[in-house]
Design a protein around this ligand. Structure first.
Ligand SMILES: [Zn+2]
Ligand SMILES: [Zn+2]
Length: 438
């Protein structure tokens, strides 16, 4: 028998950390932080840390990665299995967490040396995607691309006679990034997994990416029609690049102003072709990316003076700026320039943590300015339809829904349990500190 202990990430958004322990083997899936208040860390059971045999890291986002140095501080001496691409991105996430805690006036619970102590093992050097390999004696692992960001993966793990699936953050609907469906993995069709930990960040939201894009399109279109500006705060890497491509496709004749780090992200994307959709399935997005990068009519402001004159010059226009939760001075500066005009729109497209400027703005737009503020998701996670599909494709005796708040996870669980064809398959909505035996 094995046991799952949730150190973080179930019944909440952030600090994903899932401990799998058996009689011999102790494995940890991700170890992230929660960007709320002064920052939350997983509820690590300290006495378990020296027993850990391996850590598997799904991707670089801080809610999955940034508490890893804390494990080393607490005595972990093993390795962290992840992709080369994820490792390359981690330094930036560690640095930005350092800044976040400094701004919040709290101390980091680990030192620089703990971050340097991390010993990485690269998945793609050990085995091709979708093939089994022995990561440790008695622990077999398979990985596949999860479509969520460059370098992001899901894991299948076999240990002590159990089969475990961890989706990481997953989407099959990225315009640019390929995902390897875990449902298509070569396994006897009758084989049930023992445990699946499944990204259900969007809870009961049943919309597809196409639905979301339609809603985004309508909202942007109606703002442009009135001569308004649309401010799109997005993370420096991730959905921003896809949305810029999509915006060029839809509004080729409208001025699109883009802050430089987002363009850098687009260049990097093109160099990481092994993570991109194959030419056949990407509806020409990759060609478009290449074409776009070869254009010489980008509007990339380099100074505040330039920004001011562009704001003066353009009426109906799109503005892609970092960062997605509007914590950066730049995002807040843009807001201050646009907020007095009722025709303008701030369009948030991803998760905004409590306490961030983006969150406050969304809750009480009128107390900050006159322009409108709306949130419409651009999908980088799974909602009802996707989770349903995953449960059918990767059936498990125990499925744990993660990455959404408790209320929403409860509602999703109720939906899925009601329609479940097989009452032997258990679906869980869990909280931090809870356990499941499997
Ligand atoms: Zn993520
Ligand atoms: Zn996440």
């Amino acid at each position: 028998m094995m046991k799952l202990t949730v150190w973080g990430g179930a019944g909440e958004h952030g600090r994903s950390a899932y401990l799998l322990s058996g009689s011999q083997v102790h494995l940890l899936l991700d170890c992230g932080v929660k960007k709320e208040g002064s920052g939350d860390y997983p509820m690590i059971q300290q006495e378990q840390v020296p027993k850990l045999d391996a850590v598997f890291l799904s991707h670089a986002h801080e809610d999955h990665s940034v508490a890893i140095p804390l494990l080393y501080r607490l005595g972990y001496q093993g390795e962290v299995w992840t992709t080369r691409e994820t490792t390359a991105q981690l330094t930036a996430y560690f640095a930005s967490w350092r800044e976040f805690t400094a701004r919040a006036g709290v101390e980091l619970p680990y030192m620089e040396e703990d971050q340097l102590a991390i010993r990485y093992r690269y998945l793609e050097e050990e085995a091709e995607k979708l093939t089994w390999f022995e990561a440790l004696p008695g622990v077999k692992v398979m990985w596949g691309r999860s479509g969520h960001m460059v370098g992001s993966v899901w894991f299948l793990v076999q240990a002590e006679g159990k089969r475990i699936f961890y989706s990481g953050d997953y989407t099959s609907e990225s315009l640019l990034l390929e995902d390897d469906s875990p449902a298509l993995v070569d396994k006897p069709s009758s084989m049930l997994l023992d445990l699946a930990i499944v990204d259900a960040a969007y809870g009961t939201d049943a919309n597809s990416q196409a639905d979301k894009l339609k809603q985004l399109e309508q909202k942007i279109e109606s703002t442009l029609q009135t001569g308004g500006k649309v401010l799109l705060p997005v993370p420096a890497a991730g959905r921003g690049q896809e949305m810029i491509l999509w915006a060029y496709r839809n509004w080729g004749n409208v001025p699109i102003v883009i802050e430089a780090p987002l363009i850098e992200g687009m260049k990097r994307l093109l160099e990481r072709s092994e993570w991109l959709r194959s030419q056949e399935s990407d509806q020409g997005m990759r060609d478009q990316l290449e074409l776009l990068l070869n254009r010489n009519d980008w509007i990339i402001p380099a100074s505040e003076v330039e920004r001011e004159s562009l704001l003066q010059k353009h009426g109906a226009s799109l503005w892609f700026v970092t960062d997605g939760m509007m914590q950066s001075n730049l995002a807040q500066w843009y807001y201050s320039q646009m907020s007095s005009d009722t025709r303008n729109l701030v369009l948030l497209t991803g998760h905004v943590s409590q306490g961030t400027f983006g969150h406050r703005l969304l809750q009480h737009p009128a107390s900050y300015g006159a322009c409108s503020v709306t949130k419409i998701r651009y999908k980088v996670h799974q909602g009802l339809t996707d989770v349903r599909q995953m449960i059918t494709g990767v059936p498990a005796l125990h499925t744990v829904l993660v990455h959404a708040d408790k209320g929403e996870t409860d509602r999703l669980r109720a939906c899925l349990t009601e329609e479940a064809p097989n009452s032997n398959l258990h679906i869980y909505s869990m909280s931090v500190g809870e356990e499941v035996y499997f």
